[in-house]
Design a protein around this ligand. Structure first.
Ligand SMILES: *[C@@H]1O[C@H](CO)[C@@H](O)[C@H](O)[C@H]1NC(C)=O
Ligand SMILES: *[C@@H]1O[C@H](CO)[C@@H](O)[C@H](O)[C@H]1NC(C)=O
Length: 271
């Protein structure tokens, strides 16, 4: 198992790099799977290019609270008849998750151990739908910074969605950006109460031109968003500063006035 964990760590990095280079995955998986609560989900792992056997395949789930951590889950059952002699090459390996619940939703990766290497599939997102329930709109808040330098960090806070089933991204002046998503670390039994946050850095130059920055949440087949622009924020901060300035000036004037009156009424004695 330790070996597996080590390989997986390597995989996470290779996954990120592989993606950037636009290299195709050797092990591919079925795209997104959507199943109704209580039914069983089928996951597909295609290992045809590696001339190996399904007995070398494991399924792992991405930890919804720690984005870079995969763990072994006993919820996934392999359905391929494992070939004892390993002579026969398999091309497609199947697994099922019986009687799915909302907790089963998330990203699943199949991993093929092949000699010294581990090949990881491109992932399957499992979405579990609850019959006849329309989820309410999530709450989306964009928190702008009070001060910034060359980049403006915008933080989007989302609640009212199941973190593993929602995708949070940004639309910065019309361009889709992924940002960096993280789900709250504290355990909460009700996934709808967990907070998902996504941070993005916008170049200050563009931000100051007033480009629209929208936080987009895709959940239960719907898209929700909230938009913030420099001007709103500037106005808000300007107001706070103005109010603070006016208030402090009035207090100062009152203080000075009171002192003056006191001084007049009781002129200090100089002996
Ligand atoms: C993985 O690759 C397969 C085959 O190319 C493709 O159909 C599928 O959409 C990919 N999945 C993801 C999550 O990109
Ligand atoms: C925002 O998008 C518009 C339309 O695509 C483009 O003309 C403009 O230059 C962009 N602004 C910035 C600051 O990138």
């Amino acid at each position: 198992m330790k070996m597996m964990a080590c390989r997986l760590l390597m995989f996470v990095f290779s996954l990120a790099q592989g993606n950037q280079a636009g290299q195709p995955f050797i092990v591919t998986q079925s795209p997104d799977v959507e199943v109704a609560f209580g039914s069983s989900a089928r996951l597909q792992c295609n290992i045809a290019e590696l001339f190996s056997s399904c007995s070398h395949v494991d399924w792992l789930k991405l930890d919804p609270r720690k984005p870079m951590v995969l763990h072994v889950t006993d919820r996934v059952k392999m359905v391929n008849p494992n070939d004892i002699n390993n002579i026969v090459f398999n091309s497609v390996c199947w697994a099922t998750i019986p009687e799915v619940t909302v907790q089963d939703s998330g990203m699943y990766y199949c991993v093929l151990s092949h000699g010294q290497f581990a090949y990881v599939g491109n992932g399957t997102r499992l979405t579990v739908t609850e019959p006849n329930s329309v989820p309410p709109a999530p709450s989306i808040e964009i928190i702008p910074p009070m001060a910034y330098a060359s980049t403006v960090p915008l933080l989007c806070l989302v609640s009212g969605v199941i973190p593993s089933q929602a995708r949070v991204s940004w639309l910065i002046n019309g361009t889709v950006e992924n940002g960096w998503t993280e789900s709250a670390l504290e355990e909460d039994d009700d996934p709808l109460k967990r907070l998902t946050q996504n941070q993005i850095l916008v170049p200050a130059e563009e931000w100051e031109k007033g480009i629209p920055c929208s936080c987009v949440v895709e959940f239960a087949g719907k898209s929700f968003s909230k938009t913030l622009q420099h001007d709103d924020q500037c106005f808000a901060v300007f107001c706070i500063y103005t109010v603070a300035w006016v208030t402090s000036s009035i207090i100062l004037l009152l203080l000075v006035g009171t002192t003056a009156v006191c001084l007049c009424k009781n002129p200090p004695l100089f002996v």
